[in-house]
Ligand binder design. Structure first.
Ligand SMILES: *Cc1c(COP(=O)(O)O)cnc(C)c1O
Length: 495
C-alpha cells in the first residue's frame, strides 16, 4: 500500500507522493506531510558501505512509494552526477571539534542544490505518472540561494517554465549576479520591492488562487513550487543526514550512539529533514536550531510563542532573513499529534495577528530541539576564530550554526556528544562578508579581488560557479512591486 500525504490543515485530504509533488501546496493552504514516517529500511552497518546515490535510493524509496525503483534510480543518477565537484557529493570535514557536513559542492555552491538537482526529475516523472498534459510553471520565492539552484535544476527541462522572485535589496552581490545571468529560455527572474516573507506570501497566494489556476489551465499551464513547502524538496534532504551518520560510523568516529545536529535555519526545511531522519530511527540526539538576528525561532523554542511582529533585520546571512518559517507548520502539526484543526487554527492566528502560542502539551513534544541565535558580531568573530585556530574558512550561515553550537555546549554542558554542523554554503558565495570578518583591511577590494584572496586563505580553488560569473552576461532586469507579482507571471507566459 502506498504511503499517502495529507494536508496539515485537513488530514482528510490524501494524495500519493507524486500527486503531492505536482501540487506543491494543498488547496487549503496546508503543507503535505507523510501520514507516517517510515523506518530506515536497512541497518546502519549496511548504510555505512553505501555511496551517496545508493543511500538516496534506499531512503527516498520509503517515502516516494508510488515511484518504481527504476524511476527513482533514474532521478538519482541524473541529479547526483558530475555537477557536483566531489564524488562523495556531501563530504564531512572535521574542524575545531565538530564535523562540518559540506552541502555546497553542487552547481550553485549552496545546499539548495542537494534537493533542487533532483526535484525537476521527480516532477517530470510525477507529471507522466499522473497524465498531466499542461506545461508546469514553477513559482519560487528566494532569499537568495533557492532561486539560482532552482533555475539551474530546471534550466531547459522540457515541459517546464520557472519564475523566481527575490528581494531586490536583500541578497548578496554574488547571489544576485548568479541569478541575473541565468541562461535558457524557460526562466524568468524578478526582483521585488519587498523582503523574502513578502515574496513567499505572494507566491503562496498565486499557488492558492483558484481563479488564477483556471486561467492558467485554459492556457495550458499549471503551477507548482520549488520552495521547501514542496515535499519533493524535503525528502531528498533527509538523505544527507543518513549518509553523514553512516560515514562517521564507517570512519570509526561513532558506533551507533546519537550525534547532535546543528542547522543554520531560515524556512525550517533543512532542520525538519534532520528531524524526519531522527524519526526514521537515525541516532540523532539534539536538533540544534541556529538563527541569526531574525530570531523568531529561538524565541519560539524558549517560550512556545511564535511572534513575527518584530523588525525585519537584513544580515550577512541573508538566506536566513526570514520571519515566517513555512516548514515549522509541519512540526506544529506533528506536536499537535496530527490534529489538523488545531494546526489550522494556529496558522489562521499567524495570518491574522502574526502570532500564536502552542499548548503546554505541544511544548513538551519539542524537547528534541534546542534553539539559539548569533548576532552579526558573533558570527563574524566565529569565522575569524575558525580560520585562525583551524585554518578552516566557513560562510556566514554556517558560522551562525558554529556560534550557536558553542552556546549550546556552554548552556547544557553537553561537550562530548559528536556533532554534525550543516555547512550550507561555500564561503565563496558570501566572499565580501567572509573576508570582512577575517580582516577589516579587505574592505576596499572589488568582489573578484576578494575571491582571489579567499582562495589563498582557504587553500581551495575558486569554484566554477564563481569563475563563470567573472564573464557572464546579465540577462534579466525585471523589478516589480509585491502587488504586481501575478502580472509579471501573466506577462511572461503571454496569458
Ligand atoms: C536556504 C538556506 C538556509 C536556510 O535553510 P532552511 O531550510 O530554509 O531553514 C541556510 N543557509 C543557506 C546558505 C541557505 O541557502
Amino acid at each position: 500500500m502506498d504511503l499517502m500525504y495529507v494536508s496539515t490543515r485537513d488530514s482528510r485530504v490524501r494524495l500519493t507522493a507524486s500527486q503531492a509533488i505536482l501540487k506543491g501546496l494543498a488547496e487549503d493552504g496546508g503543507l503535505f506531510v507523510p501520514e507516517r514516517i517510515p523506518k530506515l529500511p536497512v541497518s546502519l552497518e549496511e548504510l555505512s558501505g553505501m555511496s551517496y546515490q545508493e543511500t538516496a535510493c534506499a531512503v527516498m524509496r520509503e517515502f516516494l512509494t508510488d515511484f518504481t525503483g527504476e524511476e527513482l534510480k533514474g532521478c538519482v543518477e541524473k541529479a547526483y552526477d558530475d555537477k557536483f565537484d566531489t564524488e562523495e557529493i556531501a563530504p564531512l570535514t572535521e574542524a575545531c571539534g565538530a564535523y562540518y557536513l559540506e552541502l555546497f559542492h553542487g552547481s550553485t555552491i549552496a545546499f539548495k542544490d542537494m534537493a533542487l538537482s533532483i526535484l525537476p526529475h521527480l516532477l517530470t516523472v510525477s507529471a507522466k505518472k499522473n497524465g498531466v498534459k499542461n506545461e508546469i510553471v514553477i513559482l519560487t520565492a528566494t532569499s537568495g540561494d533557492t532561486g539560482k539552484a532552482a533555475m539551474a535544476g530546471f534550466a531547459d527541462v522540457p515541459g517546464t517554465k520557472i519564475v523566481v522572485f527575490y528581494p531586490k535589496n536583500g541578497v548578496s552581490p554574488i547571489q544576485e549576479k548568479q541569478m541575473l545571468t541565468q541562461k535558457g529560455d524557460n526562466p524568468l527572474v524578478a526582483g521585488i520591492h519587498g523582503n523574502f516573507d513578502q515574496a513567499q506570501t505572494g507566491v503562496k497566494q498565486m499557488l492558492n488562487d483558484p481563479a488564477f489556476a483556471a486561467q492558467m489551465d485554459a492556457a495550458g499551464y499549471q503551477f507548482s513550487s520549488a520552495n521547501s513547502i514542496n515535499i519533493g524538496r524535503l525528502v531528498p534532504q533527509i538523505v544527507y543526514y543518513v549518509y553523514a551518520y553512516a560515514k562517521l560510523r564507517a570512519n570509526g568516529a561513532v558506533c551507533d550512539e546519537p550525534v547532535n545536529v546543528v542547522v543554520p535555519t531560515g524556512n525550517f526545511g533543512n532542520i525538519l529533514a534532520a528531524f524526519y531522519a531522527k524519526c526514521m530511527g537515525l541516532p540523532i540526539g539534539k536538533l540544534i536550531c541556529a538563527s541569526n538576528e531574525n530570531k523568531v525561532l529561538t524565541d519560539f523554542f524558549h517560550t512556545g510563542v511564535y511572534d513575527r511582529n518584530r523588525e525585519f533585520v537584513l544580515t550577512d546571512s541573508p538566506s536566513m532573513d526570514i520571519l515566517i518559517s513555512s516548514n515549522l507548520e509541519r512540526l506544529i502539526y506533528r506536536i499537535a499529534e496530527e490534529d489538523s484543526d488545531m494546526n489550522k487554527r494556529l496558522m489562521a492566528e499567524l495570518a491574522d495577528a502574526g502570532r500564536y502560542e502552542v499548548t503546554s502539551g505541544m511544548r513538551g513534544r519539542l524537547k528534541d530541539f534546542y534553539g539559539n541565535y548569533a548576532t552579526e558580531q558573533e558570527t563574524a568573530d566565529t569565522i575569524r576564530r575558525l580560520c585562525e585556530d583551524c585554518g578552516y574558512v566557513i560562510d556566514t550561515h554556517t558560522a551562525v550554526a558554529a556560534c550557536v553550537y558553542e552556546k549550546y555546549k556552554k548552556d547544557t554542558g553537553d561537550r562530548d556528544t559528536k556533532t554534525i554542523i550543516a555547512s550550507t554554503a561555500s564561503p565563496f558565495k558570501f566572499t565580501r562578508s567572509v573576508m570582512k570578518a577575517i580582516d577589516g583591511r579587505y574592505d576596499g577590494m572589488d568582489d573578484f579581488e576578494l575571491v582571489d584572496e579567499l582562495a589563498k586563505i582557504a587553500g581551495r580553488p575558486e569554484p566554477l560557479a564563481v569563475k563563470e560569473l567573472r564573464t557572464a552576461q546579465v540577462r534579466h532586469n525585471t523589478v516589480c512591486n509585491v502587488s504586481e507579482m501575478p502580472d509579471v507571471v501573466r506577462h511572461f507566459l503571454g496569458v
